[in-house]
Structures are given as C-alpha cells and as structure tokens.
Ligand binder design. Structure first.
Ligand code: PLP
Length: 394
C-alpha cells in the first residue's frame, strides 16, 4: 500500500481562523442582522490602483493580438519584471543583478516551495509569535523545529543566542502578528550569527511597504554580510493589493553558497522544473507597481490603512493599553486588558461590542494573553470599532 507523507499527521489542528469563523457564525445565528466590526482580517479591502489596472488591461489586449501575444513566460520571471524589481532595490541603495530576482505567485507559495533547497535534516528556527505557515511547511517536510519565543521584554525582537542555533532562520520584519520591526543593528546581529554558523535566513519582507521610519531597513540586503546568508521573500499582496491577483518575488544572491552549491543556481533549476512561470498579464500589472505613478497609487492605499492604524492606536493610548506595531506595520499587537486570555478577550469583544480580532495564541504559545488587530478594514468600521473599544474598556 502506498505510504503517504506521514508528517501530515504531525500537523497541529489549524484551528485559528476556523474557530474564529465558528464563533462569529454562532454569534450571527443567535443575533441575526447584527453588524460585526471585523478587525481581524489579513486581507486588503481596497482595489488595485489605477496604473496597475491600466497595465493589466493593456496586457489582456496584447494577448488578443497576434503580433503582441505572449505564450509561456520564462520560468524565473519576465525580464521586464525582474528588471523593474532590481531597479526598485537600486533606488534604495541595494545593488542586485536581475538574475538574482525570481518571480513568484506570492509569498505563501514561495515560503513553502523554497524549502526544496534544504536537506530534510536541516533544523528550522521560527521566532514566535509567527505567521503559522512557517511551522506547518516544515512539519510537512518532517523537519525539526525550534520554537524561539519573544516577548515584551525584547519588544518581540529577539536577539540571536544559543537556543536559536538552527540551519534555517525565519525572520519576518515588519512582523505579522506583532507589527514589530528590526532595526539595522538588530538585523546585523542575525546576519553575523547566520554567517558564523553557516545557516540561511529566510527573510519575509511581505510588509516592508508599511515602514514609515527612515532608518528602518526594508530589505535584509541593506545589511552588510546578508548576501552570503539570506534569501528575501516579498509579496505584492499587501504592498499593492495583489492578494487575489497573486504576485511576489524572491531575491537569492549569487554569493549564497553552501557546501559548494549555489542556492541561486539551484533555484533556477527548481523553477525550470517545477513551474512554467507566472502569467504575462499579471507580471505586467506587477511591473506597473514599480513605476512612479504606481508607487504613488500604492502609497495612497497604504495611507488609508495607516490612518486606520492611527485611529486604533489613539483608542489604545486613551485606554492605557500596551501595544506594539501599527507604525511600521498594518498590525497592532496588544496585551489583553485585565489579564484576560486571548480567547477570553475575543469572546468579550464579540459579545459586548461586536468587534472581531485575532487571538494571539493562534501565532504560537507565547502569543497567549495578546491580541491582534488588523488595519486592513474599512475606515468607517475601524472608527466605530475604536469608539466601541473606548466606551467598553475606559
Ligand atoms: N508572509 C506573511 C508574514 C504574511 O502575513 C502573509 C499573508 O498574510 C504572507 C507571507 C503571504 O502573502 P501572499 O499573499 O503573497 O501569499
């Protein structure tokens, strides 16, 4: 009999969003017609900006014209897309060759697929609280996982130490769910740690476009030494509203070598075997994000989410509730008031003020006692939710 990948049996029940949906549905059944203020969503609510839509339309028309039609695209990415990304990095002072940029269908796909580069015996370190996919993708591969907790004492930005020693080091900055961001010095410590031990950092930069402080690095490649120890995984999902359109990119420097093998070359081989590229139309839309007009368009949308963040942060300040994030990230991570547990606070907000957030416990055990608000909701709902929070908790 075929033996399936038995590691799937080791996966913990993925109950976070399922459980949230169950609880909110039960509430709505008991209170029909009630409006819920959904501050838990990780999806964007604003449409794609005009320059992207125009580029997508033009690309569709290309596909209708025999002289402009495109069939298969190069597996590692269309040259125009790779060039646009490399140019975007160059403007920030990071020099990349276009051959170091790979297109992807989004960061989730890539975070799973990229593990093909590593031996099954490689140990993965996940800083928690964390985006749940890091752990699950490694459980599926049967890897040993080090759960590396962080907390308020280090601002949810842990420093490297012996307990973090692993082959694959996950770093997400700005972080989901805590909204915390590493500064240059803190990232440099991780880069040095990885270079000394020969491990590889998987740097998830899905939220870099939300950074507003000048000196906070957007890319790990702004840090000296990163070109010999890091892979950066990026997404246009939150940057430009591509959650449903699907596009991302990954940077693997040609100088990233382990055991005499070039990880960049291995990834070329992987992509040319396992994909047939990403759609021409979508890559055209994605390239428009990196034009001046595209950058203005995405900044406008991000500005709306940032205003939501300010509204929620003001409410929490007024209430004297401790939180982090919100400034350089679309998430606000708060300590549940009155010593409540994550799910207890979830139930309390749902019952009393119909506000739905995300219990911190769903992001690793050190998230217990914390709660995440997302700023991707509508401004109207966010304002109402903030008012309701203040009147409930003052
Ligand atoms: N990485 C983090 C930290 C995320 O929060 C998300 C999505 O919420 C992703 C990656 C996945 O992004 P994508 O839509 O590009 O798959």
């Amino acid at each position: 009999m075929l033996k399936p990948n038995m590691h799937y049996a080791d996966l913990a029940e993925s109950y976070l969003f399922y459980h949230i949906a169950q609880k909110t549905n039960a509430y709505l059944e008991a209170h029909p017609g009630t409006h819920l203020y959904r501050m838990g969503i990780g999806d964007v609510s604003l449409p794609l900006c005009a320059p992207v839509i125009r580029a997508l339309h033009e690309a569709v028309d290309d596909q209708a014209d025999k002289t402009r039609f495109h069939g298969y695209m190069p597996e590692c990415g269309a040259p125009f897309f790779r060039k646009a990304v490399a140019e975007h990095y160059r403007k920030r002072g990071v020099l990349l060759s276009e051959d170091e940029v790979f297109v992807s269908s989004g960061a989730s796909d890539e975070l799973g697929d990229i593990l093909d580069l590593f031996d099954r015996s490689a140990v993965a370190m996940v800083m928690e609280p964390a985006y749940p996919a890091y752990v699950d993708a490694n459980v599926m591969a049967g890897r040993k996982i080090i759960h590396f907790p962080s907390g308020e004492e280090n601002g949810f930005l842990p420093e490297p130490r012996e307990g973090a020693a692993a082959d694959i080091l996950y770093i997400c900055s700005p972080n989901n769910p805590t909204g915390a961001v590493f500064d240059r010095k803190q990232l440099k410590a991780w880069v040095d740690f990885a270079n000394q031990s020969g491990s590889v950092i998987l740097f998830d930069a899905a939220y870099e476009a939300f950074i507003e402080e000048d000196d906070v690095p957007h890319s790990i490649f702004e840090i000296e030494g990163a070109r010999t120890c890091a892979i950066e995984i990026c997404s246009l999902s939150k940057t430009a509203g591509f959650t449903g359109t699907r596009l991302g990119y990954t940077v693997i420097p040609e100088t990233l070598i382990r055991c005499g093998m070039s990880l960049r070359d291995m990834w070329v081989r992987n992509r040319t075997t396992k994909t047939n590229g990403v759609s021409y139309i979508i890559q055209k839309g994605g390239a428009a994000v990196f034009t001046e007009e595209g950058q203005r368009g995405i900044r406008e949308n991000i500005g709306v989410y940032k205003k939501n963040a300010r509204v929620l942060m003001e409410a929490l300040d007024m209430l004297g509730i401790r939180y982090c994030g919100g400034k350089n990230a679309p998430y606000i991570w708060l300590r549940c008031p009155g010593g409540m547990g994550s799910w207890e606070f979830f139930d309390y907000l749902l019952e009393k003020i119909q506000v739905v957030g995300t219990p911190g416990e769903g992001f690793g055990s050190c998230g217990e006692g914390y709660f995440r608000f997302s700023t991707f909701g509508s401004p109207e709902d966010t304002e109402k939710a903030a008012e309701r929070l203040v009147s409930l908790l003052k």
